[in-house]
Design a protein around this ligand. Structure first.
Ligand code: AMP
Length: 217
């Protein structure tokens, strides 16, 4: 099964994608995570993209598309895209790539979220520097402040989760990514979930839709 999870920054795509990918045995392809790993490893790609992530702007389409094409080539038993596509050009490049391989997108899931709530959620978001586990100082605090429950690693705030950068990322989302909702609504199996609900409820609704996609295959 091939799935796309769409939604604004902070809508909960990362948390929900991890759960869904694990549940359905899909490769979780999160472009933001892939870029952060490249930056941490100080690779040539990491150096190329670092300034875009820091400023909350998008990495140029050609760079993202090339990276995703490489990743898709590695996973034959289905994938879940998280954070890609983010522009119409990326969506069209993905369609072209899939068409040439006789593959399709089984479902696009859209996490619809009130953007005011997003700002509050993102500025309180923390992640473990060692294992990547996600926390929130209000809705999902760790047992010991600043320490990961899973591995004891140090919890950090992402550079781009500072308020001014979050605002910039939301503007970029409105301008460049929101048009994808209309694109996918008209061309693909598309379902929407209210992302303002408690995490478990969101997961339950996403799972119900993915089960439908499974039956439809
Ligand atoms: P995320 O973790 O998905 O919020 O992504 C963090 C940052 O990585 C974004 O603000 C962009 O700078 C960059 N990025 C991730 N995915 C993409 C994409 N599909 N297109 C362009 N830039 C991206």
């Amino acid at each position: 099964m091939n799935l796309i999870l769409l939604g604004c920054p902070g809508a909960g795509k990362g948390t929900q994608s991890k759960l869904l990918a694990q549940r359905y045995g899909l490769a979780h392809i999160a472009t933001g995570d892939l870029f952060r790993a490249q930056i941490a490893q100080k690779t040539a790609l990491g150096q190329k993209v670092e300034s875009y992530l820091k400023s909350g702007t998008l990495v140029p389409d050609s760079i993202v598309v090339e990276m995703v094409a490489g990743k898709l080539g590695e996973c034959s038993s289905g994938w879940l895209l998280d954070g890609f596509p983010r522009t119409l050009e990326q969506a069209q490049a993905l369609d072209k790539m899939l068409k040439s391989e006789g593959k399709t997108i089984d479902m696009v899931l859209y996490l619809n979220m009130d953007e005011k709530a997003v700002l509050a959620r993102m500025t309180t978001r923390r992640s473990c520097a060692s294992c990547g586990e996600l926390y929130n100082t209000i809705s999902k605090p760790p047992t010991t402040e600043g320490k990961c429950d899973k591995c004891g690693g140090e919890l950090k705030q992402r550079d781009d989760d500072q308020e001014t950068t979050v605002k910039k990322r939301l503007m970029v989302y409105e301008d460049l990514t929101r048009p994808l909702i209309a694109y996918y609504r008209s061309e693909h199996a598309f379902n929407e979930v209210n992302g303002n609900q408690p995490m478990e409820k969101v997961t339950g609704e996403l799972v119900a839709f993915v089960d439908q996609a499974k039956v439809a295959r």
